[in-house]
Design a protein around this ligand. Structure first.
Ligand SMILES: Cc1cc2nc3c(=O)[nH]c(=O)nc-3n(C[C@H](O)[C@H](O)[C@H](O)COP(=O)(O)O)c2cc1C
Length: 402
C-alpha cells in the first residue's frame, strides 16, 4: 500500500517543451493510487492538448479562471481546497516568477495563491534561463516560503544545449510526492498493530475463521509509517500486500498472534493497536486427518483463546493500548465496558453486520472513546478513517506522557 493511495493531487502544467512528459507523470501518480486532476496554463496548451490530460486523468481538465461552473463544479477556490498537494510540472521560468511575486493572473497562478496545501515545483527550462539571477532569486524566495522542488536535472536539452534545466524524470515523482505526505507526528514512536482474521484449525483442510479482510489494520500500519513511526504489523491471513514501511509478521491462529504480539512487547513498544478480529474460541482438538462425511451430526468442542488485548494492557511493558470493538448492537455501552474491563487507553468501535461498512468493506465509520471524552470519525474510505484515528491516537498518546 502506498502513501499516495486516495490522495488528491492537482497537477499544474505550464508552458514548457517538457510538458510532453507530464501525461506520464499523471499515469504514474494514478497507478500509485492517487486521484489526479490537471490544470493547464494557456501556454501549456500550445505544447500538449487538454484532451490528452483528460484521457490520462479520466477527469475534466481545468484551463480557465472565467468559465463559471465546470461539469465537476470546481472553481479555482474549490480546486485549491480540494488538492491535498499541488505539483507544477513542468514549472516554466515565467510561472516560477509569477508565483514568487504572488500573482493571480490566470487559473494556475490563482490556485497556487489560494492554496494552503504543499506545492511541489519541477522546473524545466533552458540552462541559461535557469542560471539567470532573476530565476535563481525567485527560487530562493520560494524555498524560503516552503515550496518544495523536484529537479531540475542535468543533461541534454530540447534546445540542443547541455546543462541544468531538464525536467526531473517522471519516474521520480511517486517517491518525491509520497515524501510530501510524510509527517513527524509519530516520529520515532514504536507502534505494534494486529490485523486481519485468525484461522482456528479443525482438521488439516478446514478452519474456523471470520469475515475480517485486514484492511483497517493494514491502513493503520501504512498511515503510521507515513507519520514516521517504527511499525510492526502482526497479521492473520489476508489477501493484502505488505504495507510500505512496516515490518510484517504473518500468523495463522489466535495463539500464534498472541505469542508474536507478546514477543514484540519484549522490545518495548510505545503504542499498541489491536485491530485484528481474533477468534474467541478454538477447537479443543485438531483432527490429524480430514474429517470424513459419515456422521449425520458432529459436535466440535471449543476452548477459550488467550485474550491478546488484556494481556498487552497488563504486561509489565504495557504500551499506550488501543482496542477495537466490532459490535452489532449497543455500540457505546459495549465499547465502554470493554475499555474499562481491559483497562485500555482508547477504544475504536464500529458497527459490523452492515453491508456497506466494517468487515469486508472498503469503508468504515468509527466511534472513538477515551478517558472522559469521545469522537466520531464519519463514514469514509478506511485509509481516510485510519488517518483520522491515528491523529487522535497521536494526540492522546502525547497527552498521556505529560
Ligand atoms: C518552443 C518553445 C519552448 C519553450 N520551452 C520553455 C521551457 O522549456 N521552459 C520555460 O520556462 N519556458 C519555455 N518557453 C517559454 C514559455 O512558453 C513562455 O515563457 C510562456 O509565457 C510560459 O507561460 P506559462 O508560464 O503561463 O505557462 C518556450 C517557448 C517556446 C515557444
Amino acid at each position: 500500500m502506498d502513501f499516495l493511495l486516495s490522495k488528491k493531487l492537482l497537477l499544474i502544467v505550464t508552458g514548457g517543451v517538457a510538458a510532453y512528459k507530464s501525461p506520464e507523470i499523471v499515469r504514474k501518480l494514478r497507478s500509485a493510487g492517487a486521484d489526479v486532476r490537471v490544470a493547464m496554463t494557456s501556454a501549456a496548451q500550445e505544447f500538449v492538448t487538454e484532451l490528452t490530460f483528460q484521457a490520462v486523468s479520466g477527469q475534466d481538465v481545468f484551463t480557465s479562471l472565467f468559465v463559471g461552473e465546470t461539469d465537476s463544479g470546481m472553481g479555482h477556490i474549490e480546486l485549491a481546497r480540494w488538492a491535498d498537494a499541488i505539483i507544477v510540472a513542468p514549472a516554466s521560468a515565467d510561472f516560477i516568477s509569477q508565483i514568487a511575486t504572488g500573482q493571480a493572473k490566470d487559473l494556475a497562478s490563482t490556485i497556487c495563491l489560494a492554496s494552503t496545501s504543499p506545492i511541489l515545483l519541477a522546473p524545466a527550462m533552458n540552462q541559461q534561463m535557469w542560471k539567470n539571477l532573476a530565476t535563481q532569486a525567485n527560487i530562493k524566495k520560494l524555498k524560503q516560503r516552503g515550496f518544495l522542488f523536484n529537479g531540475p536535472s542535468s543533461g541534454e536539452q530540447a534546445c540542443g544545449e547541455v546543462g541544468l534545466g531538464r525536467l526531473a524524470e517522471p519516474e521520480t515523482f511517486v517517491a518525491v510526492v509520497s515524501d510530501m505526505f510524510k509527517t513527524n507526528h509519530l516520529s520515532g514512536s514504536k507502534i505494534l498493530i494486529t490485523a486481519g482474521p485468525t484461522q482456528e484449525p479443525i482438521d488439516p483442510v478446514r478452519y474456523i475463521g471470520n469475515r475480517s479482510s485486514g484492511l483497517m489494520g493494514y491502513c493503520l500500519a501504512s498511515v503510521a509509517a507515513e507519520m514516521s513511526a517504527i511499525v510492526t504489523l502482526v497479521s492473520g491471513p489476508t489477501a493484502l500486500p505488505a504495507p510500505k514501511g512496516a515490518s510484517l509478521i504473518a500468523v495463522n491462529t489466535a495463539r500464534q498472534m498472541f505469542k508474536a504480539t507478546l514477543r514484540e512487547l519484549d522490545s518495548k513498544q510505545d503504542i499498541f493497536i489491536g485491530a485484528a478480529a481474533v477468534a474467541d474460541y478454538t477447537p479443543v482438538k485438531t483432527a490429524m486427518n480430514k474429517i470424513k462425511k459419515i456422521e449425520e451430526t458432529i459436535t466440535l468442542e471449543m476452548k477459550k483463546n488467550p485474550d491478546i488485548l488484556a494481556a498487552v494492557s497488563q504486561h509489565p511493558n504495557r504500551p499506550f493500548t488501543v482496542g477495537f470493538a466490532a459490535e452489532t448492537e449497543n455500540l457505546e455501552r459495549n465499547a465502554m465496558n470493554k475499555m474499562k474491563k481491559k483497562e485500555l487507553n482508547m477504544i475504536a468501535a464500529n458497527l459490523v453486520g452492515l453491508s456497506d461498512q466494517g468487515f469486508g468493506s472498503s469503508k468504515n465509520e468509527l466511534f472513538v472513546f477515551y478517558k472522559r471524552s469521545k469522537s466520531h470519525i464519519p463514514r469514509a474510505e478506511k485509509l481516510q478513517v485510519a488517518r483520522s484515528l491515528l491523529n487522535l491516537i497521536a494526540k492522546n498518546y502525547k497527552a498521556s506522557k505529560k
